[in-house]
Design a protein around this ligand. Structure first.
Ligand SMILES: Cc1cc2nc3c(=O)[nH]c(=O)nc-3n(C[C@H](O)[C@H](O)[C@H](O)COP(=O)(O)O)c2cc1C
Length: 196
C-alpha cells in the first residue's frame, strides 16, 4: 500500500461502527448477515428512513430485493456467538437462522427474539453501485428489547478467536476478489477515474 493510501486507512480506522444483523425472507428462503453499512437517513421521527449497503453477491441482499423488506438488529456485547453465526459463510449453503428464536415481521423478515433492539424496513428504492446495492427503506416497526450498549466492530474483532479471524479473512479475501470488477464496471460510466 502506498504511503498516502496508508494515511487514508489510518483515518478510516478511527471509525468504530455498531454491528447490525440484517435478516430477510422471501417465501421459504430466509437468511441474514452482519452489516456495518447501516445508517439513519432521515432526521424526521415521523418519517424514519434508513440506508443499508449490501454486497450483491450476499444471499441476504438477494432475499431483501425479492421480499422488498428486511429487519435490522442491534445486539448486546454478550451476543458474540449469535453474531458469528451470521458473519461467516453464505445462507445459500446453510440456514443461518436454524435454532435462533424469531418472530415474523410484516415484510416476512425474521425478527430475532433475543437482541438489544430491532427495526423492520420496507424498501422504497435501491441504487446499484456495482459492489454494493444501497437500499433506501422506510422503517415500519421497531422496538428496544433489552438494556445495554450495542456491540461494535472493535468489540467483535477484539473478542474473536484466531479461527474466527482466519475464517473472516478468508471470506473477505473472496469478497475482495469478486467485488472490484463490479465496482469498476459501475465507475466506467463516469468520466472521473479513481486515483491510482
Ligand atoms: C464487521 C463486519 C461488517 C460487515 N459489513 C457488511 C456490510 O455492511 N454489507 C455487506 O453486504 N456485508 C457485510 N459484511 C459481510 C457479511 O456479513 C458476510 O459476508 C456474510 O456472511 C454474508 O452472508 P450471506 O451471503 O448469507 O448474506 C460484514 C462482515 C463483518 C464481519
Amino acid at each position: 500500500m502506498s504511503d498516502w493510501h496508508q494515511q487514508i486507512e489510518q483515518v478510516f480506522r478511527l471509525i468504530d461502527r455498531e454491528i447490525w444483523i440484517v435478516t430477510a425472507a422471501a417465501g421459504p428462503r430466509r437468511g441474514g448477515l452482519v452489516a456495518t453499512w447501516v445508517s439513519r437517513a432521515s432526521l424526521d421521527p415521523q418519517a424514519p428512513l434508513v440506508v443499508v449497503g449490501l454486497a450483491p453477491n450476499h444471499y441476504t441482499a438477494e432475499l431483501a430485493l425479492a421480499a422488498g423488506g428486511f429487519a435490522l438488529h442491534l445486539v448486546a456485547r454478550e451476543q458474540l456467538e449469535l453474531v458469528w453465526q451470521f458473519a461467516l459463510g453464505s445462507g445459500r449453503d446453510r440456514d443461518k437462522l436454524a435454532g435462533v428464536p424469531v418472530t415474523t415481521g410484516q415484510t416476512g423478515a425474521p425478527i430475532l427474539s433475543k437482541c438489544l433492539a430491532w427495526l423492520e424496513c420496507r424498501v422504497v428504492t435501491t441504487y446499484d453501485s456495482g459492489d454494493r446495492i444501497f437500499f433506501w427503506a422506510d422503517v415500519v416497526g421497531g422496538q428496544r428489547v433489552g438494556a445495554g450498549t450495542p456491540l461494535t466492530e472493535t468489540d467483535l474483532i477484539a473478542a474473536a478467536s484466531p479461527e474466527q479471524l482466519a475464517a473472516l479473512r478468508q471470506d473477505m479475501a473472496a469478497d475482495i476478489e469478486r467485488q472490484p470488477p463490479l465496482r469498476l464496471k459501475w465507475r466506467q460510466q463516469f468520466e472521473q477515474r479513481p486515483p491510482q
